[in-house]
Ligand binder design. Sequence first.
Ligand code: F6R
Length: 611
Amino acid sequence: MCGIVGYTGPREAYPIILKGLKRLEYRGYDSSGVALLNHDLKVYKKKGRVSELEEDVIGKDLHAFTGIGHTRWATHGEPSDRNAHPHRSASGRLAMIHNGIIENYASIKQELVNKGYTFHSDTDTEVLLNFIEDIQQNNNSTLEEALRIALKRVVGAYCILLLDKEDPETIIAARKGSPLVIGIGKGEHFLASDASPIIEYTKEVVYVNDYEIAIIKPDELILKNLGNEKQTPFIQKLDMELAKIEKGGYDHFMLKEIHEQPETIHDCLRGRLNIENGTITMGGVESHLETLTNANRIIMVACGTSWHAGLIAEYIFEELCRIPVEVEYASEFRYRNPVINKGDVIIAISQSGETADTLVALENAKEKGACIFGVVNAVGSSIARLSHAGAYTHAGPEIGVASTKAFTGQLAVLTMMALKIAKAKGTIDDTRYSKLLQELNDIPEKVKLVLQDTSNIEAIAEKYKDAADFLYLGRGYNFPVALEGALKLKEISYIHAEGYPAAEMKHGPIALVDDKLPVVFVATKDSYYEKIVSNVQEIKARKGMVIAVATEGDTIIPGMADDVMLVPDADEILAPLLSVIPLQLLSYYIGVAKGLDVDKPRNLAKSVTVE
Ligand code: F6R
């Protein structure tokens, strides 16, 4: 949440920052702003999208070789010009941007108010900035020293970038909990919340760690910890292509990312799944195979769509590996006092690798001695680095705020893990193992078939776009798919949608059913098929409108449903990789039909770095 960009070097800073903000806009789009440092410190900011800032600054003095920029997802204070970042310090000498939340800002603010400070915004950021300046002035210290002292008092999460009028080539940065990448160019440095604003300039990056402060000049990068000890920057090579973060001819990132799934699932399987010799190669699993096969319990910790992937994995792991699995919302898990025993393994699932709740839940579990296995998409992210071992989903950058290709990547990784563990434990017979390997290998081609002609789904979207509510039902492996379908519809189309286990519907939600309620059944051919056929009949008997995701060749469900979206046949363990695709498309097309911004739905942000 919130995107930050910075630049110092020989080029004009503003165009680099502006482009970077557009790339990071998925992280928040309530307001945006830039601070440009020449001899003067100029701050321009505006409520709304980055394009509104761009319009607003036309004709203004934008010349500077050092600058910072911010795109905001509001936490403290409504979206407005005055709450937009950057903020200026009381003296006007400093400017700062911030991604995160300062939890004890109210007490610090009170101290400053008692000293006579007044505030021009409702943000915690302005409080922190003036706190730093106050320390700097009272202690007659350098900005770096003042920052260090201030950060020791701060409770919460932050990634901040600071500019000082008296030091026009320097950006001072600090992070705890919110991400920061520094790109190293020739005589120039780039800073950003993720690598997407950086890749077209340099592939050499440093991921700043928690509790580190970076002092960045065009030709110098100094990293220190809060104890003022120098740290050696660990320079890594970015494995990301520019084309992957552009729309490539599609109207929206979401549509592009849905259509990328044959390729991204294939990328995820490539080099791991070997049909010829019947093996799965996963370094992270191999290095912890004993721990994983002997696990007494696996706890999946995640949020949102990633949590749904965890729910499907629960069914898969219990079926194949015979290990008890619990799936936890990270936000609940972190605040409970969960029982974590020796022999428990935590599997953390996250696209961004930066979700604050998941990150803190893992830190807590790690402290209690749990083994953490990360299933993460963003390479080098905080969760990836915190994990003892892991497997990347290799879905590439996901820009659309609604998660699509990351979800199927997570399912592919988790399925391979379960198969590998089951094989090592001997809980799967050879025939089933080989069959699942082969079928998993065939999934990208089958996804391609689902995506070949989407006109039917577009027509269904048009037909139901004005419904006020939707119910999504599924059983077994398809129950979490129903939850995911409902979540996608809510976030993209703002239509109220509920996902439910199909059998559970009789215990309450069936009261909602009338001739105006579209009920989406995820009803592919699996061991629950006969049961779900009965559930469809129960809805039809109450005049509900049924939209079904069904298996090609099935005649019974299509015969009962009002509308059908077909997917190829697959083993039930792998069915979610196919059945989720029409649901992603349905929500996309309903969102588009309603004229909504599907890539940036209201109130949301891609990377939830605040709790
Ligand atoms: C839904 C969505 C969110 C994320 C959730 C977790 O489309 O994108 O529900 O799945 O915020 O994010 P990650 O996976 O980055 O931890």
